[in-house]
Design a protein around this ligand. Structure first.
Ligand code: HEM
Length: 216
C-alpha cells in the first residue's frame, strides 16, 4: 500500500514532518529505548566527547572562526583575547558544557513530544541566518561534517563498550544513526528555508542579474 504524504504539511507542521521521516527510517519507541539505554553508559564520557568535538572544530581556521566571531560579539573587539581563545578558555569550557547538555537531552528524552521536536528544530535554526540576533550563520558544509564526526565518535564509544551483548550494541548503533539523520533533517530544513528566503529577496531586488550558482 502506498501512503500519501502531504508536502505542504511536511513544510508547515513539524510533528507531521518528524512522523514522516520516523516512518521512513523506521525510528520507533524501540530506538528511543535504545538511546535511553546508551545514555547512562555515555554520561561519564561526555566531557571527553565534548572536548573531542571542540578540538576538531578548533583544528581548522574555517570552523574556529565562528567561535572567535562569537567572542568578539560578546566582548567587543579585543584582538589579544581572540588570539588567545583556547580549548581551555572559560567561554570555550562553557560551550563544551552546552554540547554536553545537548547530548544528554537527546539521549535521555523519553517522549519525543512537540517541545522536544521544537528543541531539535531550534538548534538547527540557530545555526542559520534566520534566528534574528541569535543567528550563528554557520555554513552548512560544517554542520554536515560535524554531524558525521559526532556520529562517528558515538559509534566508537558504543563499539568500545565490552559489557554489552551484540544485539543491544547493534540496536544502539542503529538508533544513533537514525537520530543523526533526523537531526540532520532539522538542520537542512532551516538551511533550505534560509536559501529560499535569501533567493526570494535577491530575486525581488536584483531581478535583472543572472544567477551564478554552481548547481543551477
Ligand atoms: C553536529 C552539529 C551541531 C550541533 C548538534 C550543534 C549544537 C549546538 C548547541 C546545542 C549549541 C548551544 C545552543 C544554545 O543553547 O545556545 C550550539 C551553539 C553554537 N554552535 Fe553549534 N552545533 C553543531 C554544529 C556547529 C558547527 C559546525 C559550528 C561551527 C563551525 C557551530 C558553532 C556554534 C556556535 C558559534 C555556537 C554559539 C556558542 C555561543 O553561544 O557562544 N555549531 N551548537
Amino acid at each position: 500500500m502506498t501512503e500519501h504524504i502531504d508536502i505542504k504539511r511536511i513544510n508547515s507542521d513539524l510533528r507531521y514532518r518528524f512522523e514522516c521521516i520516523a516512518k521512513f527510517l523506521n525510528f520507533t519507541s524501540d530506538d528511543i529505548a535504545m538511546l535511553n539505554t546508551f545514555a547512562p553508559l555515555v554520561f561519564p564520557l561526555i566531557p571527553v566527547l565534548a572536548d573531542t568535538v571542540y578540538r576538531k572544530l578548533f583544528s581548522f581556521d574555517i570552523t574556529k572562526q565562528y567561535f572567535l566571531k562569537r567572542n568578539e560579539r560578546f566582548e567587543g573587539f579585543l584582538p589579544k583575547k581572540q588570539c588567545g581563545l583556547t580549548l581551555e578558555s572559560a567561554p570555550v569550557v562553557l560551550r563544551k558544557d552546552m554540547v554536553g547538555i545537548y547530548l544528554k537531552r537527546v539521549l535521555t528524552e523519553h517522549e519525543w513530544n512537540d517541545t522536544f521536536l521544537q528543541y531539535l528544530s531550534q538548534i538547527g535554526k540557530l545555526h542559520t541566518d534566520e534566528a534574528g540576533s541569535a543567528s550563528l550563520n554557520v555554513d552548512y558544509i560544517h554542520i554536515n561534517a560535524l554531524l558525521g564526526y559526532l556520529e562517528n565518535v558515538l559509534i566508537k564509544t558504543v563499539c568500545n563498550i565490552d559489557t554489552m551483548d551484540e544485539k543491544t550494541k547493534c540496536g544502539i548503533l542503529m538508533a544513533v544513526n537514525k537520530l543523526f539523520w533526523i537531526q540532520n533533517d532539522l538542520f537542512t530544513m532551516h538551511f533550505l528555508r534560509a536559501l529560499n528566503n535569501n533567493g526570494a529577496s535577491q530575486n525581488s531586488t536584483e531581478k535583472d542579474k543572472t544567477t551564478t550558482c554552481c548547481w543551477a
